[in-house]
Design a protein around this ligand. Structure first.
Ligand code: AMP
Ligand code: MG
Length: 401
């Protein structure tokens, strides 16, 4: 019997089915010093011109360019000016002012000669080369008063935080963080610090998934492990849905008899798709539990990471119309054939190396989806599209890890 929801969809279909469920994020005003990774929610206008005045890009002398065209040129030094100086100096032909980087340009000067190209003797300077007009940083050449420096969706980086400060902006409006619950399921899982009995393993997915939520700029609650029990799982999802915007589960979505996340979602939730044509990571489901988006990630550690990056990260950035800056791509030539399956997107763990001024990718470690060491130690994941074969010599897109 056909499933009452899309079953075994392509990765692109999975991404677009998730994106049909959107959450409107409220805004809040925060200091720029706390804004790393936060997403801008309003246009941000500069409060100043940058630079605010013509100033020197070099330590040297401010001079009149036409004086300096046939070196060596001797000029008399009539003063000096430093960054922060507010006295306006003036020069005429035959004169020079000693100037430091960032100092305002004296009136009459139209160029700078770096100190390295000068010989100073008392109050005279000999210029051994012509001066350089482009060593003057012009008023407003970087950005100007009232100019929009950021539009909504921009993700704050260290450079953007400095730009805000340079523009005189101390607080910005950003989207509020989503509160995301991360819930691991499985009878075999034990928490760190507990003793392992035969058949048990340390629960590890929730740590990496929580770190992923954080690098995407959201707030995470790591729930205690849930055993494979329908009633306890229902109770935990109900609890999580009360004060979280979104739920991420790990484990229990495959074909096993105790895969209760899938079973509960089928019986009482609202599944929007189950299973995706991707390797690794084919079991995930997406749906709503108490109207809250729920990503049911596979328990296999590599799969849970890959599915987060391939699907959940795309959904999170779609909410704020942002670039997925956490997924950086490169391209590399495959150094060996990679096993693919027609119609599937293939994410193999690779290491990158350079040879003959090209970048190559070769498989790194045992490729089993249970091998977290393989993904942790690799340089990247191949993105072999459903219509590609992944043959030695092919140029392949790689997600950098
Ligand atoms: P499942 O998706 O529940 O069938 O689990 C698939 C595999 O992933 C099994 O070998 C589990 O033991 C393992 N696994 C499930 N959840 C976790 C977890 N939170 N941390 C580490 N391994 C897990
Ligand atoms: Mg399980």
């Amino acid at each position: 019997m056909a499933k009452p929801y899309p079953y075994f969809v392509s990765l692109n279909e999975a991404i677009s089915l998730c994106q049909k469920t959107q959450i409107n994020l409220d805004s809040e005003i925060i200091p720029i010093s706390q804004s790393i990774n936060r997403v801008v929610s309003n246009n941000i206008h500069s409060k100043v011109n940058d630079p605010g005045f013509d100033n020197s890009a070099m330590d040297g002398f401010a001079v009149i360019h036409s004086d300096t065209l046939t070196p060596p040129t001797q000029l008399s030094i009539i003063g000096s000016t430093m960054a922060g100086s507010s006295t306006i100096q003036e020069i005429t032909s035959g004169q020079a002012v000693r100037i430091m980087t960032g100092a305002p340009i004296p009136e009459g000067a139209d160029s700078i000669i770096p100190i390295e190209d000068c010989t100073v003797a008392g109050s005279e300077v000999t210029l051994n080369k012509p001066s350089k007009p482009h060593f003057i940083r012009k008023l407003g050449e970087n950005f100007s008063l009232d100019e929009i420096i950021f539009t909504p969706g921009e993700i704050m980086s260290p450079e953007k935080i400095s730009l805000c400060a340079a523009a005189g902006i101390s607080t910005i409006s950003v989207f509020k963080k989503l509160r995301i619950a991360v819930i691991s399921t499985g009878d075999e899982l034990r928490s760190l610090g507990e003793d392992l009995e035969y058949g048990q393993i340390y629960e590890s997915n929730s740590y990496g998934l929580s770190a992923l939520v954080e690098i995407y700029g959201h707030e995470v609650t790591r729930f205690p492990n849930v055993i494979d029990d329908l009633d306890i799982l229902r109770e935990t999802l109900n609890e999580a849905s009360k004060n979280h915007d979104c739920i991420i589960t790990s484990g229990g979505v495959s074909m096993g008899d105790k895969d209760y996340v899938r079973i509960l979602m089928e019986q009482e939730g609202d599944i929007r798709f189950w299973r995706v044509k991707m390797r690794p990571g084919s079991p995930p489901l997406f749906g709503l539990w108490n109207d809250k988006p729920l990503f049911g990630l596979p328990g296999n550690p590599v799969s849970s990471h890959v599915v987060f990056r391939a699907i959940v990260g795309k959904w999170l950035t779609s909410l704020t119309n942002s670039k997925d800056i956490n997924t950086k791509y490169t391209h590399a030539i495959l150094d060996e054939d990679i096993k693919t399956q027609e119609g599937f997107t293939t994410f193999r763990r690779v290491e990158l190396f350079n040879k003959d001024s090209s970048t190559f990718a070769r498989l790194k470690g045992h490729q089993g989806s249970g091998n977290i060491a393989g993904v942790a130690m690799s340089d990247g994941l191949t993105v072999i599209e459903p219509d590609q074969l992944g043959r030695k010599g092919d140029v392949c897109k790689i997600i950098l890890l």
